[in-house]
Write a protein that binds this ligand. Structure first.
Ligand code: B1M
Length: 212
């Protein structure tokens, strides 16, 4: 963390301008973008989460840190673009019903987009019916479901069931992810793939479509 101390301090205090300036400084200094993301931004959010668990900070502080991190990730986006962008496939992505966490989902979207996928992001708190309706409308190759709360994970199988009932399940691949989600859970609910982070989400998406 020591290399990113000022970035850590500004994100954990929710100081957006300072956090953005520190991210830009790290980019200007030639620090690897993946390190800024993993050892700077994500490591900071993990510490923010630990502080919240211990009761040292509360939801408003967590929210301010989240806003600061979101602004910093915007600066990284251009660096994740792969050279030749012809669409590799269509991805419909969203955070499941009841869940408002979107930083991880946004990172996954950003990396997939950078790798050449066309993304439709439905946002947060997405109802199973909305996934069904948008799947009919857009005919995606992959549906991505994100959940950060153990209480909202059950919305994943509910979404898969809704797609089954609508006769759409066999027409798409389903990838799931989010901190409490596991490979085992993906198998249990009959998802096609699980990714633990945004980088592996790209590899898994390519594998699902047979382009890796
Ligand atoms: Co909340 N929150 N939060 N939170 N929050 C967690 C998740 C928590 C672990 C904190 C804690 O207690 N230690 C805990 C969940 C406990 C549990 O259920 N297991 C928690 C809680 C309890 C809550 C509330 C209930 C708090 C309350 O109100 N009392 C509440 C719920 C609101 C709701 O959703 N209905 C709440 C609210 C919030 C904020 C709104 C304040 C804010 C979110 C703001 C936002 O997202 N715009 C927030 C935050 C910021 C967090 C922590 C601190 C950080 C989450 C994050 O962004 N991490 C989090 C603690 C933690 O995770 N350490 C916590 C960084 C991000 C890059 O990682 O999201 O894991 P992550 O994404 C990764 C991978 O998981 C994966 O790739 C990403 C990038 O590598 N991935 C996928 C994610 N989605 C994927 C999809 C894929 C593939 C991979 O395929 C489709």
């Amino acid at each position: 963390m020591s290399d990113f101390k000022l970035l850590f301090d500004s994100i954990s205090r929710g100081h957006i301008n300072a956090a953005v300036a520190e991210t830009q400084k790290a980019l200007d200094a030639g620090i690897r973008v993946q390190d800024i993301l993993d050892r700077g931004l994500i490591a900071t959010m993990n510490t923010v989460g630990e502080r919240f668990s211990k009761g040292l900070i509360f939801v408003p502080q967590m929210l301010r840190s989240a806003r600061a991190m979101q602004e910093c990730t915007k600066l990284l986006k251009p660096y994740f673009l792969e050279g030749n962008i012809t669409t590799k496939g269509k991805v419909l992505i969203g955070t499941v019903k009841g869940d408002l966490h979107d930083i991880g989902k946004n990172l996954v979207s950003m990396m997939l987009e950078g790798a050449g996928f066309t993304i439709t992001d439905l946002g947060v708190d997405v109802l199973p019916e909305t996934f069904v309706q948008k799947t009919r409308e857009l005919e995606p190759d992959i549906i991505g479901l994100s959940a950060l709360l153990s209480t909202t994970m059950p919305a994943m199988p509910l979404t898969i069931e809704a797609l089954e009932k609508a006769g759409l399940r066999d027409k798409v691949k389903i990838m799931i992810g989010g901190a409490p989600v596991t490979e085992k859970y993906a198998q249990k609910i009959n998802a096609d793939s699980y990714a633990s982070d945004a980088g592996s989400a790209v590899l898994k998406a390519k594998k699902l479509l047979g382009i890796l």
